[in-house]
Design a protein around this ligand. Structure first.
Ligand code: HEC
Ligand code: HEC
Length: 271
């Protein structure tokens, strides 16, 4: 048999070999790109193309989560590192007066006795942004929203100046310190999660990232879950939603417990 006949489709062996190869190729593509992705119960796909993209490792916006409600407002706040950098004593004083109405939940010294977030020593840019977002409806909470709705721009600036000026005192119910877990220290690079401290403080503070140490575990967990479900959606460029969505429930639990157990370091002296 000459080489020419061997590679000709007239040769039945060649036809069988090519046929089997094509069949195996199609079968493995079908299994790998369509059947296996659909076999994972935690993934939801909008169509076959979505499943193929997910199997190929391409980021897919809607593979794992429901789309956010149409028309829900995002955050309109623009932050720079100079936002609220040099508050006047008058501004802090006016903030102190206004803050009396916040004390019932956030504590008279800005440290909550329940599970409302501590505000004392929080970055001014964070207080400013969160209050603006509650006022505009970009962040919604049935308990907190009513207290932000009637604030003026100046009042928000004054409250931010006052709470940022207060020293970070220990939490009202301090918990014994825990070691940070893998998710906090290393993040999860394969899932696009940077170490928490690269934005939240211990490594670097990115403007607008809140101080988390000493917040209650209940509050931290609720926020992470709200970001994951898209119920809280005021984070600029969805940076926290993307992170929380990629975290497992155990990692959320671990990160919340770790930050709650950290002493809120006293970094400022009262002037
Ligand atoms: C009735 C209780 C209550 C009162 C009064 C209240 N808050 Fe809140 N506040 C909350 C709760 C609860 C949250 C957390 C909301 C959530 O889970 O999204 C919150 C959240 C906040 C946050 C966001 C903190 C963060 O780390 O993201 C800021 C800032 C804030 N409140 C400021 C104020 C100010 C200023 C006042 C007074 C004008 C005030 N609050 C009055 C209950 C209250
Ligand atoms: C790329 C920067 C970045 C990284 C990394 C990051 N965060 Fe955040 N996080 C933010 C920003 C910005 C906000 C504030 C969102 C807003 O309201 O505008 C935030 C908000 C939060 C809040 C809500 C706090 C509050 O008081 O409102 C929690 C809880 C949180 N992050 C936990 C984490 C944990 C845990 C990790 C690590 C697994 C993490 N974050 C990693 C940027 C980051």
């Amino acid at each position: 048999m000459s080489a020419r006949e061997l590679f000709s489709f007239r040769n039945p062996h060649t036809r069988t070999a090519v046929g089997v190869t094509v069949f195996v190729f199609l079968l493995s593509a079908l299994t790998g790109f369509i059947l296996l992705p659909y076999a994972q119960p935690q993934l939801k796909f909008t169509g076959i193309w979505d499943a193929i993209c997910s199997a190929a490792g391409l980021p897919s916006g809607n593979a794992t989560t429901e789309a956010p409600p149409a028309g829900a407002p995002g955050s309109k706040v623009v932050l720079t590192s100079a936002t609220l950098a040099h508050p006047s004593q008058q501004s802090i004083g006016r903030g102190a007066t206004l803050a009396q109405r916040c004390a019932i939940c956030h504590g008279p010294t800005g440290i909550s006795r329940a599970d409302s977030p501590n505000l004392a020593g929080q970055y001014a840019a964070v207080i400013y942004k969160e209050l603006s977002d509650f006022r505009s409806g970009a962040r919604v909470n049935a308990v907190m929203t009513p207290f932000a709705l009637d604030l003026t721009d100046q009042e928000i600036v004054d409250l931010a100046a006052y709470y940022a000026y207060l020293p970070r005192l220990p939490a009202f119910h301090p918990e014994p310190p825990r070691a940070p877990g893998t998710i906090v220290v290393y993040g999860a690079p394969t899932r696009g999660i940077a170490p928490c401290g690269s934005c939240h403080g211990s490594l670097d503070n990115k403007t607008g990232s809140p101080w988390l140490e000493g917040q209650s575990a209940v509050y931290l967990k609720a926020q992470l879950e709200a970001f994951a479900s898209g119920q809280r959606r005021n984070d600029i460029s969805a940076q926290m939603r993307n992170i929380a969505r990629a975290m497992t429930p155990a990692e959320i639990e671990e990160a919340a417990a770790y930050y709650a157990s950290q002493p809120a370091q006293i970094v400022k002296a009262v002037q």
